[in-house]
Design a protein around this ligand. Structure first.
Ligand SMILES: [Zn+2]
Length: 436
């Protein structure tokens, strides 16, 4: 989905967060080499290494450039009076705010999409060039369009709510909006795998696609002492779009499920897939989705409070030159977007740090969960990380600052090194989750 829409619908930010990839786009970090003297657990050489370094640099630069670009572009459009003109169009068509919202929000979101378009186009070009994506331009444009339409549909009620509380409670709007967002986030996480995700990708039951895998997964599930019925295990058609691999847990309550991409099934053997699945089961068992929801709600509280202070200051100081008449003006949503872009970027190290700690915990759980089922979990995990890293062209020697700021997962290199040496069943050691 389009990034700017994700920021606007902070609610939705949790959906991809909760559904964190097991290894995809695992970001850079110093690679602790536990086995001094021997080969690193994850390595690339020759042409692959060269490509991985190039792609990693591009990803890193684009990530930071995009943050600055969004902020600058919104400021320029504010100064040019573009948002106030869109507001005028809406107000000239109707004096009814509910109808104004129908006109303003699609135009507003199209503008935000256009801001992101140059870098989005560039990144798809890069993905095609390096063979990470196999999606046609036609398919890509259709995905972007669907993302925009979903954003328009989902943003209507939050935008109306903001419009009303901006007018009625100019001091407390952020608190009311935050309060309303709590049930909204929970509902969106619940419906995402059932309603939203099928609009973007094709999901089918995993059982008929790979019965041997389901048998194996059930062994791991029962060792974990839980019940994930095969009906909660899904296969996703990723190979029509990407060469990368992924598996994740998504949804809550009755919609909670495990999703394995077809690329993962095709490229990893049963033991390697088992380790990846063990990691995902860790997210499932350790209630990472609920913890992610709670964390997102807490971060949203801080973000909205900062946004409230920022918007009051910005409109008082620049409202005249931006032609933003006040908080209850439709154009103030652009100032809110500006605030969310700034504070969202500044809070990235906090949200990613939280995510990395959960990912590491899931790695530990996964290694322990497959003990006794996979003959050599250390080697299977290492080779799984090797294949995941190769498929996504992950740099084996990444930059520590970039990981700190942008890494939702520990680096592939550090995860592979950890997995290759993690054996809590040795004398004198104790497993964390599966007691002897
Ligand atoms: Zn994970």
């Amino acid at each position: 989905m389009l990034r700017s829409l994700k920021i606007l619908l902070l609610f939705l930010s949790l959906v991809p967060f909760a559904a964190t990839a097991s290894a995809q786009q695992a970001p850079p970090a110093p690679s602790p080499q536990t086995q001094t003297g021997s080969a690193p657990a994850y390595s690339l050489s020759g042409d692959k290494l060269q490509k991985a370094i190039e792609v990693s640099r591009i990803r890193e630069i684009v990530h930071f450039v995009q943050a600055g670009w969004d902020i600058t572009a919104i400021l320029v459009l504010l100064w040019l009076g573009v948002f106030s003109r869109v507001r005028n169009i809406a107000e000239n068509i109707s004096s009814n705010v509910w109808i104004q919202c129908v006109i303003y929000m699609p135009l507003f979101l199209v503008l935000l999409t256009l801001i992101d378009l140059p870098l989005d186009l560039y990144m798809h070009t890069v993905s095609l060039k390096y063979g990470l994506s196999v999606q046609t331009w036609r398919g890509w444009i259709w995905d972007q369009t669907k993302g925009l339409l979903i954003g328009v549909a989902l943003s209507y009620l939050p935008a109306m709510l903001l419009k009303l509380i901006f007018r009625k409670a100019p001091q407390k709007w952020w608190l009311i909006f935050w309060g309303a967002s709590v049930p909204t986030i929970i509902v969106l996480v619940f419906i995402a795998p059932v309603v939203l995700e099928p609009l973007m990708n094709k999901y089918e039951s995993l059982q008929p696609k790979s019965p041997a895998l389901v048998d194996r997964l059930e062994q791991i599930v029962s060792r974990g002492g839980l019940v994930i019925p095969p009906a909660r295990m899904f296969w996703m058609d990723a190979s029509s779009k990407t060469t990368e691999m992924n598996a994740y847990v998504t949804g809550i309550g009755a919609s909670k499920r495990v999703v394995v991409w077809d690329t993962t099934i095709a490229k990893l053997n049963l033991d390697e897939t088992s380790v990846v699945f063990g990691h995902e089961m860790g997210h499932y068992v350790l209630n990472h989705i609920w913890r992610g929801i709670a964390f997102t709600i807490a971060v949203l509280f801080v973000t909205l409070f900062l946004a409230k202070l920022f918007i009051a200051w910005a409109i008082a100081r620049y409202g005249g030159s931006w032609q933003v008449r006040g908080l209850s003006d439709w154009a103030s949503l652009a100032v809110l977007m500006l605030a969310l872009s700034i504070f969202g970027f500044l809070l990235e190290p906090v949200t990613n740090g939280f995510s990395r700690s959960m990912e590491h915990q899931a790695d530990v759980y996964g290694m322990e969960a497959v003990h006794g089922i996979v003959p050599n979990p250390q080697e299977s995990a290492r080779s799984a990380f090797q294949k995941l890293g190769e498929a996504s062209l992950v740099d084996p020697n990444p930059n520590a600052f970039v990981e700190f700021w942008t890494g939702s997962h520990p680096s592939i290199a550090s995860r592979a090194a950890f997995a290759a040496s993690y054996d809590p069943w040795q004398p004198g050691k104790q497993p964390e989750f599966f007691k002897k």
